[in-house]
Design a protein around this ligand. Sequence first.
Ligand code: FE2
Ligand code: FE2
Length: 257
Amino acid sequence: MKILAVGDIIGENGLRKAKEVLPQIKEKENIDFIIMNGENSAEGMGITRKLYEQMIEMGVDVVTLGNHTWAKKEIFTFIDTEKKLIRPANYPEGVPGKGYVITEKNGKKIAVINLIGRTEMNILTENPFIIGKKIINSLKKEVDIIIVDFHAEASAEKIAMGYYLDGEANIVFGTHTHVQTADEQILEKGTAYITDIGMTGPKKSVIGMDVDVSIKRFVTTLPERYKIATGKCVFSGCIFEINDDTCRITNIKRVKM
Ligand SMILES: [Fe+2]
Ligand SMILES: [Fe+2]
């Protein structure tokens, strides 16, 4: 079985790029299951129902989110009802939506968990390590494959999570920095790990945003409003191969198109 994780979709152009690339990659790589991070799909921040539905129509099995989960108010009208949409599990109790979902595919029960980091995130969340382990312990017996999208800023926090969940989750991949890292590996106890799978959005940009606006913000420190960059898009993600009999990871491969 092959699982594809697609990095943060930046705006409608990013989503268009994914729509164009997914059929090719599905055919070439025989992809069975797709996870897509949608936190930046609505004008760079948040997600709308329409965009979520487009992702599902493309064949996406689970849409994950991150620190921009609540950026579009519309999210509150569909996050509780959409079965394939998850937000970080370590938001405080009582927050709308859910932090993980179990999907059946090719006779396997696959759990996808979304977690958010706390380093340089400026969001008051529960400890992602404790919550992540707790969820995994509660699911371990009933599912065949466990996948974690760890949405975090600090490489150290992500790498630590990889080792912490080694042998507990089949896959731990990072999102949020929008820059793909070249550290994909299978850890000692069998977990496939990569610090960040990168973004799907405008190539000439500062992590998806307009270059001039970003420079102006850094140079002047004035609160210039971010806008999404235009132009050609890049598709970034990672493919994980799992042995159908043992459910062990056999390969991890970065994708950039
Ligand atoms: Fe993002
Ligand atoms: Fe993010």
